[in-house]
Design a protein around this ligand. Structure first.
Ligand code: PBG
Length: 325
């Protein structure tokens, strides 16, 4: 008897066979590990909503870096937590700001590591917004100057890549011009081109102490219901000279990752954000899911969706698991 159908299971019959036909792979080189560096001393404070993620002062940073580097991770993304905040977020563009100091320290010990500096004001402003505020409004153009100053001071400190996450219009143009003028024409911009206004950033705001003190970020971050707007945002950033395009958050926006991958030729970065991490951790701690399998499935799903680079708090665990296999 011969029935007409395809035998898809032929290629699934053994581990070796499955690995021969596997289309997507995770590599430790895909990962960027975010770090929260805090001004002050002897700080190693776990974020309650992000198990195993810590705010670290400089005196604890090198222990962490040793682990990160020994796992083969090639890049970190730095966020700063200053001791003092003010209206303009001076700590962001101070030459001795916490991200600038952390960058110098890491570069001194690990010159090969790619340091990405998050360029935003919200961790440094008293109101918690990503730009200058006047009469309850987040002003676009006046904020650009401060973001340029931040990017230039980060590049001066040795940052390899500038990653502006503030979602002001024109930030790539402004930062590119500022970097070029300061002699950093070789410093790439990894633009948070497509950044949605997402409830998944909640735990990050605990970690970075950057919750807006009034209102929300909906006048500058994107509406989660929109797809075409992502093309408009990405087109602008490409035209303005971005070198990488970030889509953020990750898991609920894999369709957008695929769109961006299909329509643009720049490397696509996915940001697997704090809330995504916390949900997995909470379920794993309850014994409801198998953490390793779930994390690796999510991460390879991001590659399959078109991401070239994955910013993830799971990076250290995933690097360990890749080594085991
Ligand atoms: C700063 C910034 C945020 C994140 C990265 N950069 C928070 C926000 O926009 O409120 C979120 C990252 C995460 O949730 O892991 N603008």
């Amino acid at each position: 008897m011969s029935l007409a159908f395809n035998r898809h299971r032929r290629l699934r019959q053994s581990t070796a066979m499955r690995s021969m036909v596997r289309e997507n792979h995770l590599h430790v080189e895909d990962f960027v590990y975010p770090l929260f560096v805090a001004e002050g001393e002897n700080i190693r404070k776990e974020i309650s909503s992000m198990p195993n993620v810590f705010q670290l002062s400089l005196d604890h940073l090198l222990e962490e870096m040793e682990e990160v580097v020994s796992l083969g991770i090639k890049s970190v993304l730095l966020f700063g937590i200053p001791l003092e905040k003010d209206e303009c977020g001076h700590g962001a563009f101070h030459d001795h700001g916490i991200v600038q100091e952390a960058t110098r320290l890491i570069k001194e010990h690990y010159p090969e590591l790619v340091i990405i500096a998050d360029t935003c004001l919200c961790e440094y402003t008293s109101h918690g917004h990503c730009g200058i505020v006047e009469n309850g409004k987040v002003l676009n153009d006046p904020s650009l100057k401060l973001l340029v100053d931040t990017a230039v001071s980060q590049a001066k400190a040795g940052a390899d890549i500038i990653a502006p996450s503030n979602m002001m219009d024109g930030f790539v143009t402004a930062i590119r011009a500022g970097l070029d003028e300061a002699g950093f024409e070789d410093t790439p911009i990894m633009s948070y081109a497509v950044k949605y206004s997402s409830a998944f950033y909640g735990p990050f705001r605990d970690a970075a102490e950057s919750t807006p003190q009034f209102g929300d970020r909906k006048t500058y971050q994107m509406d989660p219901a929109n797809r075409l707007e992502a093309f408009r945002e990405a087109e602008s950033d490409v035209a303005e000279g971005a070198d990488f395009l970030i889509v953020k958050p990750g898991m609920p926006y894999l369709d957008i990752v695929r769109d961006v991958k299909n329509h643009f030729t720049l490397p696509v970065v996915i940001y697997n954000v704090s809330g995504e991490y916390s949900m997995v951790k909470a379920a794993a701690q309850n014994g409801w899911i198998d953490e390793k399998s779930v994390v690796m499935e999510m991460l390879v799903g991001m590659k399959r969706a078109g991401a070239d680079i994955i910013i993830t708090y799971h990076a250290k665990d995933a690097a360990k698991w890749l080594k085991e296999n």
